[in-house]
Structures are given as structure tokens and as C-alpha cells.
Design a protein around this ligand. Structure first.
Ligand SMILES: NC(=O)c1ccc[n+]([C@@H]2O[C@H](COP(=O)([O-])OP(=O)(O)OC[C@H]3O[C@@H](n4cnc5c(N)ncnc54)[C@H](OP(=O)(O)O)[C@@H]3O)[C@@H](O)[C@H]2O)c1
Length: 256
């Protein structure tokens, strides 16, 4: 069991949904938190809920290099390099190739994938220098395979999974732990946009409980719910003919 009492956690994407619930669990376990996202008011209200003098709010926009630079300088000047870095920021718009909208796709890639790269550019050298650290990237089971109406989002999350795998290969020997979190459907403002039935949907608090438990485990991947994530994982190994046949069925059943 990880002892969070002496740990400082930088959680990017802490203001809403899964990140907000996870922040509460980490604070309850005694971690010192650096809470980041764009919405400062929502971060302040979170701080009021979690009690404790040791937490910091450092708002940032993960798509803006200068915003990350500013926060990183503050972290360094406060001598507050984290032990654990969690990149949870995300944006989703359901999109079919028949409504291909590059601006929205770019927004998803900028927040979900390039934001992770930009923040990691600060964290990784510091962790290497200290010969320790723990990196957690939030992906999605939508990153396992190409799914209907997942243009942009699916690619960004496949990128996160691939990135986490590469980081784990390269950083393990440096004493740095890497984990990837792949949730199924979770009820948040992200999925409130979906007009189709979402199988096995869980609450943000349940998702945060899975993540919290996973952080304490030795697994590389934290995925949930078990049955749904296993079914999608198995799909990866199907021959393409069968795979597309099954997804066409899914596409018909989930059409809005
Ligand atoms: N909900 C699901 O079913 C589901 C499934 C699989 C994976 N996920 C992933 O889980 C993560 C959390 O999602 P959620 O469902 O909890 O969504 P959410 O409630 O919309 O929360 C997203 C978080 O990302 C932050 N964020 C968005 N744009 C940002 C930016 N430019 N810079 C910094 N932070 C930014 C938001 O804060 P601000 O708006 O204040 O910036 C918020 O704190 C995401 O990575 C998502 O892709 C969710």
C-alpha cells in the first residue's frame, strides 16, 4: 500500500469529474496536492472541500507552453517538485468521419495528447535527476481500438497508451514508475454529450476509487470496469474481418 502521507502529487485536470474525485481521495490519504486545470474558481472550491494547509492551486492551460512554463517555475521556486505526476486533463467530442471537423480534432489532440507531452517535458528531467518519480497518464479504453464516432479522441488516447508504454520502457531503469489509466464510460460532463446508451457506465467517484487502488498496486495498467475493458482488449486480437463486422453491429445499436 502506497503511503501518501509523505507524497506530493501534481494532478493536472483536477477541477472536474474524475480528477476532482481523485483529488479528494488523495487528500484524505494524506497526500500534499498541487492542483491544476484552467478553472481557478473550481480549483478554489475543491480546496475548500479538501481541507489542509499543505495543498497548492496552480491553474494552467495544458495547451499553452507559456502557462506550463509559468507553473513549472512556481513549482521549482517553491521547492515543490512532486513525487507523483498525474496527467488527467481531457476533452471529448463524439465525431464520425462523416462530420470530420479538424478544429475540434486538433482541440482533442492538443489537450489529451500534446498537453501530456508538454508537462512531461518538465517532469521527466526532474525525475531523472532525482532518480525517482511516478508518472500516471489517463488514457481510455477508446484508445485500444478504432471505434465508431471516435475520430480524434480515439487517436489521442491510443497515443497516450503508446506514450506510457514507451516511457515505461525507457524510465524503469531510472527508478521512475509509469502507469496508464484506461477507464470505460464514466458519468461526467464529458460523457453527458453522448446520446447513445453507454454500457457499464460508472460514477466519477467509483472511477476515482479504481484509480486510487490502482496507484497503490504494482500494475502498469489501471483499467476498469473489468468486464467491459477486457472485452474491448480482446477485440484487438480479432481478425479485421470479424472485428469490423462486430463494430458495425455496435455502430447500429449505439446510433444517436
Ligand atoms: N468520462 C469518461 O467516460 C472517460 C472515459 C475514459 C477516459 N476518460 C478520461 O478521463 C479524464 C478525465 O475526464 P472526465 O470525464 O473527468 O472529464 P471532465 O469532467 O471534463 O474533466 C476534465 C478535466 O480536464 C481539465 N482540462 C480540460 N482542458 C484543459 C486544459 N486545456 N488545460 C488543463 N486542464 C484541462 C478540466 O479542467 P478545466 O476545464 O478547469 O481546465 C477538468 O479538470 C480525461 O483524460 C478523459 O479523457 C474519461
Amino acid at each position: 500500500m502506497t503511503d501518501f502521507k509523505n507524497k506530493r502529487v501534481w494532478l493536472v485536470g483536477a477541477s472536474e469529474g474524475i480528477g476532482r474525485c481523485l483529488a479528494k481521495k488523495l487528500a484524505k490519504a494524506g497526500a500534499s496536492l498541487i492542483l491544476s486545470a484552467r478553472n481557478e474558481d473550481r480549483l478554489r472550491s475543491l480546496l475548500e472541500e479538501i481541507d489542509g494547509q499543505q495543498h497548492l492551486i496552480l491553474p494552467l492551460d495544458a495547451t499553452k507552453k507559456e502557462s506550463i512554463e509559468k507553473v513549472w517555475n512556481e513549482i521549482q521556486s517553491l521547492n515543490a517538485i512532486p513525487d507523483i505526476f498525474i496527467y488527467n486533463s481531457g476533452y471529448y467530442e463524439p465525431m464520425s468521419a462523416t462530420n470530420f471537423d479538424f478544429d475540434i480534432i486538433k482541440k482533442m489532440l492538443d489537450i489529451n495528447l500534446y498537453g501530456a507531452f508538454s508537462t512531461l517535458a518538465k517532469i521527466i528531467p526532474a525525475f531523472i535527476q532525482n532518480h525517482k518519480g511516478h508518472i500516471v497518464l489517463v488514457g481510455s479504453i477508446a484508445g485500444y481500438v478504432g471505434l465508431p464516432r471516435s475520430i480524434g479522441y480515439g487517436a489521442s488516447k491510443a497515443g497516450i497508451i503508446n506514450l506510457a508504454e514507451s516511457l515505461n520502457c525507457d524510465l524503469n531503469k531510472q527508478g521512475i514508475r509509469v502507469q496508464v489509466v484506461n477507464p470505460g464510460f464514466v458519468k461526467t460532463r464529458l460523457t453527458d454529450k453522448n446520446t447513445f446508451d453507454m454500457p457499464f457506465i460508472i460514477t466519477a467517484d467509483e472511477a476515482a476509487t479504481y484509480i486510487f487502488k490502482g496507484l497503490c498496486s504494482s500494475s502498469f495498467e489501471i483499467r476498469f470496469p473489468w468486464l467491459f475493458s477486457t472485452l474491448l482488449k480482446i477485440l484487438r486480437f480479432f481478425p479485421y474481418r470479424l472485428y469490423f463486422f462486430l463494430l458495425q453491429g455496435l455502430s447500429r445499436n449505439t446510433s444517436s
